[in-house]
Design a protein around this ligand. Sequence first.
Ligand SMILES: Nc1ncnc2c1ncn2[C@@H]1O[C@H](COP(=O)(O)OP(=O)(O)O)[C@@H](O)[C@H]1O
Ligand SMILES: [Mg+2]
Length: 332
Amino acid sequence: MAMVTVDGLSKTYEIAVKEAGLAGTIKHFWHRQYRSVTAVKDISFAIASGEMVGFLGANGAGKTTTLKMLTGLIYPSSGQIQVAGHIPFRRDANFLQKITLVMGQKQQLIWDLPALDSLRMNAAVYDIPDRIFKSRLGELTEMLSLEGKLTQPMRKLSLGERMKAELMAALLHQPQVLFLDEPTLGLDVNAQANVREFLRDYNQRYQATILITSHYMADITALCKRVLLIHQGGLIYDGSLDGLQNNFAPYREVRVDLAQPITDREALQKYGQIRNIDGQAVSFSVPREDLTRVVSQMLTELEVIDLSINEPAIEEIIGQVFRDGSVLALPN
Ligand SMILES: Nc1ncnc2c1ncn2[C@@H]1O[C@H](COP(=O)(O)OP(=O)(O)O)[C@@H](O)[C@H]1O
Ligand SMILES: [Mg+2]
């Protein structure tokens, strides 16, 4: 059963533009000029109940905008959304009970108060009976290893502990659908791994449906079998994480073992970008479209003992997506 369905979703922001200087301010006051930015363009996808999906794209690709529409914080310019059987932008109480949105760069818990106080308020907001509150609190405290931390003011906790407390607050009402926007942002490697493990546990324990964005590839590779790739507002890939390699890697790694020691490094550069030389073995990056030509050239021109062709590591591809979107140039 689909827990999330998105059909032809778009969002265009109108941004007021002002010319520089006083004259610009006055002109702007009398006659506002607007420029529109289409942040999300006609995207469609569905997520099944219990699925954990990675939402990838470079900065400004439209991920946060999509998550805000999915949770009803902003209104779509066009298209349809259903989440857990609800239309998000109506924000009815029943819907809010079933979802949560966690934004890594935004905190909800009050800085000077112990998390426990804020959690009690949340429990009241969500109408969680005391008995259930206590049992969930116990369970989440254990899952997140937050023993002894909830009674201290938030400001005394480490960044990782604060993020875990935020997750706890976001999950107290036991939502079925989790939208996570960079939940591990800025955390050290250990804290990242803890949060990641927790999310995996949570997904398995409650069959929660999770859509997650992260700049840390390890989060995505550890948690998600399936990814959605958004580029300049458009969805350009929806499929398995493994399939990303086939579809998007613009180059292959070619490794050759040569019969002779390598004396002239420069002469080898014509075959591709040299990645590594290890004794008599050389690894090259070769653009996919040049692969056949380069390999046959190598076999005729060099004394090759062994040759292998590999796809670049998934981490590398995702990294490129985040850096500049350059791998997006040649989907088949
Ligand atoms: N409130 C807003 N008003 C105007 N433009 C916005 C607003 N929020 C985001 N944008 C623009 O929409 C595009 C997508 O942004 P966003 O959804 O935040 O991307 P991502 O989360 O993938 O980095 C960007 O060009 C961004 O500048
Ligand atoms: Mg964002």
